[in-house]
Structures are given as structure tokens and as C-alpha cells.
Design a protein around this ligand. Structure first.
Ligand SMILES: [Zn+2]
Ligand SMILES: [Zn+2]
Length: 298
């Protein structure tokens, strides 16, 4: 590349392991050139976990600074067990406790957004599921008044009875929550594509974003998950593929990353990788820069 590119990419990163402590994640992100970061704030397959150690809470912002990653471009993902839409009281009780706990952890670390799969109604129906998810979210937000972290409801692929595969689902949840400053959306490219929203050409990309804007509002998007899809449009299957190697293809990512409306919204990969070498992250980040016409930074 002979001359510097005029393209300014949004904050780009990846989901990083917190093995050994959350303060180790920024260094891992920096080692592959990330400017954004997603983490879990505790073990992602457990309902409860030990409190975040004070030294970790102190070290996290220091490590982010060293990594050159702004806290504005960090977001967390909840543990996978939470289901605010469940008809089972014991699952609801554990889900509420876990989400509250994770919001408090995010607050301690200064993380502005916590990504949550809205939930699955397991047979009670969409309306009942949405009403319950909104009501419990409201309750959790009311019970954590000192926390500024937003709950970011994630678009889903629509497997089984999951809610969130239609933009209207997210709109209906968010509109029912009184504190607008505590809610937002994380848009996952694989999930919306799998759910039937095409983004592969300028025309389809623009139509999908226009639809999102009409139904939810683009300003509600506070984070993106950048994943290609192992399955085709509308199959409602949630299987991530490396960027450009799935059914979505490179062009959609170019359209998204060069969309000036999202220039400041952090975007993270959630593609399969070796947590030790991070080789796939390097590859996917390089693909993203290349399709946007940006030369390798390192
Ligand atoms: Zn995702
Ligand atoms: Zn997924």
C-alpha cells in the first residue's frame, strides 16, 4: 500500500478470554491489534461466581490504558444460562440474580454495556415472553440504581422459542423499560442474517438498516458482533463462521464497517479461535481491514 487510507474504521476487536483474571483480557486484545473488546465478567457457564477481586477492579482500567483501548469500546456478555423469558420460577429467580450480579460487576469495572440474549419463552408465547423479559429487566434496573451499565439486548437467530429474531421483539422490550439510558441493542451480523435479514449487497444492507431504524432506531445500537454465518439466509441457525468464509461474505462487512452512522460503535468478533495463539482473530481482523481498503497497522 503506497499511501495512507482515508478510511477510518470503527473500534474493532474480539471476545477475549478472562482466564487468570479480567485484567488480562486487554493485553490479549492489544496483542492482535484490537481497539475494542468483549469479555465475560465471570464464568459464562455458572450461575454464581466469586466476587471480582479488588486488585482486578483496580488493574482493569490500567491494563486498558496500556492496551490503548478506551473503556467506551469495551462491552461484556452475560453468562449463557440466563433466561428472563423462562416460565420456570426457579430459572427466573436465578436469572434475575445472575443478571443483577453481572451488571454490578460491569459497574465496578466501568464497562458501559452488558450483552444479553433476550430469552426464550419455551412455549408460553411471544407476547408473554416479551412482557416478562421487559418487566424483569425493569426490576433489575430499578434495583441497581447506582450502576450505569446498559443491558444490550442482542438480536438472535431465532432458534426454538428464542425472542429477538425480529427487530420488533427488541423494540417491544425496550419500549416497555422506563429507563432508556439503561437499555440498548447489540446487533449480531450472523444472527440477523440467519433470522432472515439480508445485508449482502448495498441494496439489501440499506433496506435492513432502514427497517431497523424504523422499528428500533439505529441510535439504540451500542455494540456489534461481527460473525459470518455457517448457514444461509433465513435458516434460523446460530453458527458463526470466519469473516468472508460463510454465507454472508465480505461485502456485507465492508458496508457495515464503512457506514458513517456506526463509526464510533464498538464491534467485536465472536468467531471460533485458539485462545492461546489468537491466530484466527489476527486473520479475521486482517480480512476486515482488507475489505475496507485499510492497510495492515502491524
Ligand atoms: Zn453474538
Ligand atoms: Zn451466535
Amino acid at each position: 500500500m503506497s499511501k495512507p487510507s482515508p478510511v477510518q474504521l470503527p473500534p474493532l476487536g474480539s471476545h477475549m478470554s478472562i482466564a487468570g483474571g479480567v485484567s488480562l483480557a486487554p493485553g490479549r486484545a492489544a496483542s492482535v491489534g484490537c481497539t475494542a473488546l468483549q469479555v465475560f465478567v465471570k464464568n459464562n457457564n455458572r450461575w454464581v461466581g466469586p466476587a471480582t477481586r479488588p486488585e482486578e477492579i483496580k488493574a482493569f482500567p490500567e491494563e486498558l490504558k496500556k492496551a490503548g483501548i478506551s473503556i467506551k469500546n469495551v462491552f461484556a456478555h452475560t453468562c449463557y444460562l440466563i433466561n428472563l423469558g423462562s416460565p420456570k420460577p426457579e430459572v427466573v429467580e436465578k436469572s434475575v440474580a445472575a443478571l443483577k450480579d453481572e451488571l454490578v460487576r460491569c459497574g465496578e469495572l466501568g464497562i458501559p454495556g452488558l450483552v444479553l440474549h433476550p430469552g426464550a419463552h419455551l412455549g408460553t408465547g411471544r407476547e408473554a415472553g416479551i412482557a416478562q423479559i421487559a418487566e424483569l429487566s425493569q426490576q433489575i434496573i430499578d434495583e441497581t440504581p447506582d450502576v450505569k451499565t446498559r443491558i444490550l439486548f442482542e438480536t438472535t437467530a431465532g432458534q426454538g422459542t428464542t425472542i429477538g429474531h425480529e427487530f420488533q421483539d427488541l423494540s417491544d422490550i425496550i419500549k416497555k423499560v422506563a429507563r432508556a439510558s439503561r437499555v440498548g441493542v447489540c446487533l449480531d451480523t450472523c444472527h440477523i442474517f440467519s433470522a432472515g435479514y439480508d445485508i449482502r449487497t448495498p441494496d439489501t444492507y440499506n433496506a435492513t438498516m432502514k427497517e431497523f431504524d424504523r422499528v428500533v432506531g439505529l441510535k439504540k445500537i451500542k455494540a456489534f458482533h461481527l460473525n459470518d454465518s455457517k448457514f444461509d439466509l433465513g435458516t434460523r441457525k446460530d453458527r458463526h463462521e470466519h469473516i468472508g468464509q460463510g454465507f454472508i461474505g465480505e461485502e456485507a462487512f465492508r458496508l457495515l464497517l464503512t457506514d458513517p452512522r456506526f463509526a464510533k460503535v464498538p464491534m467485536c468478533l465472536e468467531t471460533h479461535k485458539d485462545d492461546k495463539t489468537l491466530e484466527e482473530d489476527r486473520m479475521n481482523l486482517a480480512t476486515l481491514r482488507r475489505v475496507c481498503g485499510v492497510a495492515e497497522s502491524k
